[in-house]
Design a protein around this ligand. Structure first.
Ligand SMILES: Nc1ncnc2c1ncn2[C@@H]1O[C@H](COP(=O)(O)OP(=O)(O)OP(=O)(O)O)[C@@H](O)[C@H]1O
Length: 234
């Protein structure tokens, strides 16, 4: 489904990603883990083509989209939900849904969102910026799903949310994965990764330093060792 092949990307004067190769299949949840500044957000932005790739290839369903515009990549089915959630705070919840659900008829966008997150029905007239952090995350997920994506890129999906809300968020992640959507998720909570991710990549200094299943990640001490770039003594 989504493939990054030897990708190099970054910002003017700061190449962040080096030779990053990974793939996410239909219905698969792949987690990205790594210390602050490792390049996790940059990797998601490269996968959404929000950054120009300096080297390497980006493919969706085998089609090369390395040089496609971010809009074309979004239309092709790659949906990026940034850490700030990517919604319009000054617009009402209803208008956010209608905006992202363009192409859906009448109230279909609202109905689909309410079906997955029932609380939305009571918040339609509220400004999105007035929602709680958890509600904003759910609105962002609902609007991502409205676009009928093939791939969803989620940054820091559970950051700052209460554990019960994170449960709801991950129940939704599981649901859309079961529908065949490919998910690439930046997540700091290793326990959530163990619970939900089919595969994990650990980024350090813009390079992948570990790839494997959540079980293969090992103990928390071993993960810390990956973070520090050293094997800790037993
Ligand atoms: N817009 C930007 N312009 C220039 N450099 C940037 C920009 N955004 C990020 N960087 C730099 O790129 C590097 C990787 O940042 P990135 O946000 O991808 O890391 P991260 O792993 O997501 O970190 P965090 O866990 O703190 O969000 C850092 O050195 C950061 O300072």
């Amino acid at each position: 489904m989504l493939e990054l092949d030897s990708v190099a990307a970054g910002y003017p004067g700061n190449q962040v990603l080096h030779d990053v190769t990974l793939s996410v299949g239909a219905g698969e949840v792949v987690a990205l883990l790594g210390p602050n500044g490792a390049g996790k957000t940059t990797l998601l932005r490269a996968a959404a083509r929000a950054l120009v790739l300096r080297d390497g290839r980006l493919r969706l369903d085998g089609r090369d989209v390395t040089r496609s515009s971010p809009q074309a990549v979004a239309r092709a089915g790659i949906c990026y939900v940034p850490e700030g959630r990517g919604i319009f705070p000054a617009l009402t919840v209803r208008d956010n849904l209608l905006l992202f659900g363009r192409g859906l008829k009448g109230n279909d966008a609202v109905d689909r969102a309410v079906e997955v997150f029932p609380f939305i029905t009571h918040r339609l007239a509220n400004r999105a910026g007035d929602l709680s952090g958890g509600e904003r995350q759910m609105l962002a997920l609902a609007r991502a799903w409205l676009t009928r994506p093939k791939v969803v890129l989620l940054d820091e999906v559970s950051m700052g949310l209460a554990p019960l809300i994170v449960d709801d968020v991950y129940a939704f992640v599981r649901r859309i994965a079961a529908e065949g959507i490919a998910l690439l998720i930046v997540e700091q909570y290793v326990n959530r990764i163990r619970e939900f991710a089919d595969r994990v990549h650990l980024l350090r200094g813009g390079r992948i330093s570990f790839s494997g299943t959540a079980d293969e990640l090992g103990s928390d001490e071993e993960i810390l060792g990956h973070y520090l770039g050293a094997t800790l003594p037993a």
